[in-house]
Design a protein around this ligand. Structure first.
Ligand SMILES: Nc1nc2c(c(=O)[nH]1)N[C@H]1C(S)=C(S)[C@@H](COP(=O)(O)O)O[C@H]1N2
Ligand SMILES: [Mo]
Length: 372
């Protein structure tokens, strides 16, 4: 097999690979093989089974020796210190169900296509995260006056758009004070799995997943704004190449449906028989704002679904509705509205990278006669 000579990734003038509309490229399929999504049939469960929680890893999963791993507090602190994993696990412990969603979820349909992980609907999941509140640990290090950002750095390293970097993100002191950020070592009663950030990550509840830095090694207090690639060069809503854009933060209101019936193996076409069916799914929003309403478009009418209690302050809630399935082809559509009055749009609110697409979920089903 012949290999292309790739552009030198150390050269900052090398842009990310351009992608054309139409068939997905080999590179996109390779990304999809590494970054799995939730199986929509697990949506009835309050907590996503650990192995089916979606994954988004930019680089390689780093090999970390947990016994030697330390989290250090560095930079503009009066009392910088570090903690071993044993020390971290003796800190006050909380378990919080949190719904995480990738900011790229729903990107696959953007045109012209943005070369990145081609998510359709599946980059979401809810886990019971176990850890300790992070704010008191930062306070213990004594941030100096004039600190503008806390930078969180992971152990994973690679290139994007010609820029070598360790994955990192930042939060301002005001954001740290307002958000219930958790320093996490457990997921659904088990130690974190390697691909989800073992031995240590943060979880930023109510925000898109990019903020929840995995394989955390270092928290640095900065007296100027953080300039890390994942903070300033991406995860921004931009209308064009020249638009600096606005940072992506809280989750937009969204809902998903368990595809009813059974699938054809290779096309995933859905089939069911005529008769009564209970449709069900999940809905969530960001910033701790609860979902107040889910509607399902059935035979041309938006009908209100029954809601289950939220799984937590920062977690999704279940919904269900009965439907009399009649023979033919149907497109079922669900949409959620949150307590701030935000409703999912019928069409994707595209920016150039296909970020934060919270358009309604549409599922096509084929209904066969009750017999024969
Ligand atoms: N160190 C590190 N942290 C990371 C990432 C990464 O690639 N490296 N991906 C981020 C993104 S974009 C998302 S959506 C979430 C995904 O978390 P999960 O794989 O545990 O679902 O992790 C975030 N934290
Ligand atoms: Mo993401």
């Amino acid at each position: 097999m012949k290999h292309d000579t790739p552009a030198n990734p150390f050269d900052p003038d090398n842009p990310r690979r351009q992608t054309q509309d139409g068939l997905f490229s080999r590179h996109e399929v390779a990304l999809a093989n590494r970054n799995s999504g939730i199986l929509l049939e697990t949506l009835p469960r309050d907590i996503t089974p650990t192995g089916t929680h979606y994954l988004l890893n930019h680089f390689d999963v780093p090999l970390i020796d947990e016994a030697a791993h330390q989290l250090s507090f560095e930079g503009a602190f009066d009392a910088p210190y570090s903690l071993t994993m044993d020390e971290i696990r003796t800190l006050p412990q909380v378990t919080m169900p949190v719904t995480l969603e990738c900011a790229g979820n729903g990107r696959a349909g953007v045109s012209p296509r943005s070369h990145s992980m081609p998510w359709m609907y599946e980059a979401v999941g809810t886990s019971a995260w176990t850890g300790t509140p992070l704010a008191p640990l930062i306070a213990r290090a004594g941030p100096r006056d004039g600190v503008q950002d806390f930078a969180f750095t992971g152990a994973d390293f690679g290139f994007d758009k010609g820029m070598p970097h360790a994955y990192g993100r930042s939060l301002t002191p005001a954001q740290m004070a307002a958000l219930d950020v958790l320093l996490v070592w457990g997921m659904n009663g088990q130690p974190l799995l390697p691909q989800h950030g073992a031995p240590l990550r943060i979880v930023v509840p109510g925000w898109y997943g990019m903020a929840s830095v995995k394989w955390l090694t270092r928290i640095e207090a900065l007296t100027e704004r953080y300039q890390g690639f994942q903070q300033v060069r991406t995860y921004r809503l931009r209308t064009g190449d020249d638009d600096p854009g606005t940072p992506i933060t809280v989750l937009r209101v969204k809902s998903l449906m368990v595809p009813p019936g059974v699938p054809d193996w290779s096309t995933r076409t859905r089939w069911l028989r005529e008769g009564p069916v209970t449709l069900q799914g999940r809905a969530w929003s960001g910033g701790g704002v609860p979902v107040e309403k889910v509607e399902v478009l059935l035979n041309g009418d938006w009908r209100e679904a029954t809601l289950a209690p939220p799984v937590g302050d920062y977690a999704w809630r279940g919904w269900s509705i009965d439907w009399q399935a009649k023979r033919g082809v149907h497109e079922l559509t669900c949409r959620a509205t949150d307590a701030d009055g935000q409703t999912q749009p019928l069409e994707p609110p595209w920016d150039i990278a296909g970020f934060a697409n919270n358009a309604v979920h549409r599922v096509v089903v084929h209904v066969a006669p009750a017999d024969g």
